[in-house]
Design a binder for this molecule. Structure first.
Ligand code: CMC
Length: 428
């Protein structure tokens, strides 16, 4: 296999190096193209063919439906380790020893108190505010309460900001949900595991002792693991680009949360459930919605279907579909929404529109059904995605800073007006 690519521009041949990853993926390194071609650049809206970095964190093969964190298969991790171990793995590159894991958890717990003044900010939001807007603002506000900038040359400084955001984020998530429900904002219980504590902070009632439900803990743990990283997706790329200007970790993550909010990305989990509810309210006629999804004059899309990278199946969706069945069974819930989801999936998988375009259920198609069974409000679903994705964002931000990547600053092809003569206002 050659290690160079040659392109010809107006009879000039330009040789560019081919880069090969550890999983044999190939890329043409175009970093010298503009200089050697007299100003020619590449154009790739939506970055469908553009690699923005070399990364050693997550590998995915969309054709084969493979997803691995630091070399470990996602299904094996979801079965055998907990969310904090996965967070450690993603951020620091190796699964932790027992001692490393205990210390990591202790350090996170030590940082899981939020300045009381943050409560005033939470309380100032209207109850109608979307939780993703609230959580993005609160994450940004953390910068004001923890103003020291991270010295990325110092591992100790880096570590401190990592455990700080992992400690505070569950509190902010719980407060965001509780504020909307008119419940008191409080802190969790330091003696609990990370996920147990998150659930307690979200669901505890002021007049009742909270009792952990292992089914919920296991399901949440699995969901968080499955969402923990997904290489250079929209929100992660946002985190890396914002961080590339040397903006701090919290500011970069706040931007990532905003990117995740959109219905084409993390917001799809909320959109899926709303779609399933709409189909149910409309008499459960899945065929009608399939037809709408295929109609090019109708903006409706089958939410939870399709993926930029997975063109065979989404390995996360397979695990989540099984988990949804299990959780509903274990909790003794019969949810007709699950039947509608399964019906839609079956029809889509047999329909040439979806088959030809390689549109399969993605991670968001079944996750909402589990969140709903757990009693999480629909508008909090994307926030749950965000807390799952947090270790991935941190790992990618840290990698980008340690690799001393340059500021992200794409070029463009200008298609606007050419030079014009200025016309004073009274002559326009
Ligand atoms: N329903 C109906 N048609 C679809 C759908 C869908 N969900 N997704 C893609 N298509 C069609 C699209 O109209 C296009 O058709 P044509 O070639 O005739 O113009 C073709 O399939 C290719 O679609 P695309 O929009 O060019 O593909 P993309 O890679 O730019 O978009 C996507 C990927 C995930 C944004 C898109 O599939 C979509 O909008 N899905 C629904 C939203 C969703 O579930 N998002 C969650 C993604 S997974 C979790 C995450 O990463 O956050």
């Amino acid at each position: 296999m050659a290690d160079k690519a040659t392109i010809e521009i107006n009879d000039k041949k330009i040789e560019l190096p081919l880069i090969k990853g550890t999983e044999n993926e190939l890329a043409i390194d175009i970093s010298t193209l503009r200089a050697s071609s007299g100003g020619v650049i590449t154009l790739d809206p939506g970055f469908k063919n553009t690699g923005s970095c070399e990364s050693a964190i997550t590998f995915l093969d969309g054709e084969k439906g493979i997803l691995r964190y630091r070399g470990y298969d996602i299904a094996e991790l979801a079965e055998n380790v907990d969310f904090l171990e996965v967070a450690y793995l993603l951020i620091f590159g190796e699964l932790p020893t027992k001692e490393q894991n205990d210390k990591f958890h202790d350090d996170i717990k030590a940082e899981s108190v939020v300045d009381e003044d943050v409560k005033k900010i939470v309380e100032a939001f209207p109850k109608s505010a979307h939780p993703m807007g609230v959580i993005s603002s609160l994450t940004s506000a953390l910068t004001a309460f923890n103003p020291s900038s991270v010295n990325v040359e110092s591992e100790a400084d880096m570590y401190k900001s990592v455990v700080r955001i992992l400690g505070k984020m569950p509190v902010l998530v719980a407060w965001t949900m509780r504020k909307k429900q008119g419940l008191p904002l409080d802190y969790g219980d330091d003696s609990l595991g990370y996920v147990e504590n998150l659930l307690k902070m979200m669901f505890t009632k002021p007049n009742k002792t909270y009792v952990q439900n292992q089914v919920l803990v296991d399901a949440m743990d699995k969901l968080l693991i499955l969402h923990a990283d997904h290489e250079q997706n929209c929100s992660t790329s946002t985190v890396r680009v914002v961080g590339s200007s040397h903006a701090g970790l919290f500011a970069s993550i706040s931007a990532g949360i905003s990117a995740l909010w959109g219905p084409l990305h993390g917001g799809a989990n909320q959109a899926v459930l709303e779609m399933l509810e709409a189909i149910q309210a409309d008499g459960g006629d899945t065929k009608k919605y399939m037809a709408k999804a295929k109609d090019k004059n109708d903006p409706f899309r089958l939410m939870g279907f399709g993926h930029r990278v997975y063109k065979n199946f989404d390995p996360r969706a397979r695990i989540i579909k099984k988990a949804a069945d299990q959780v509903l069974h274990d909790l003794g819930i019969e949810d007709p929404i699950l039947d509608i989801a399964k019906g839609l999936e079956k029809e889509a998988l047999e329909d040439s529109y979806f088959v030809d375009r390689k549109l399969y259920p993605n991670v968001d198609f079944y996750s909402g059904i589990i969140y709903r069974a757990m009693g999480i409000p629909t508008d909090m679903f994307t926030v749950m995605f965000a807390i799952g994705r947090l270790p991935g964002w941190i790992a990618q931000w840290r990698e980008m800073r340690l690799r001393k990547e340059p500021i992200g600053r794409p070029r463009q092809i200008y298609v606007g007006a050419t030079e014009r003569k200025f016309v004073p206002v009274d002559a326009r």
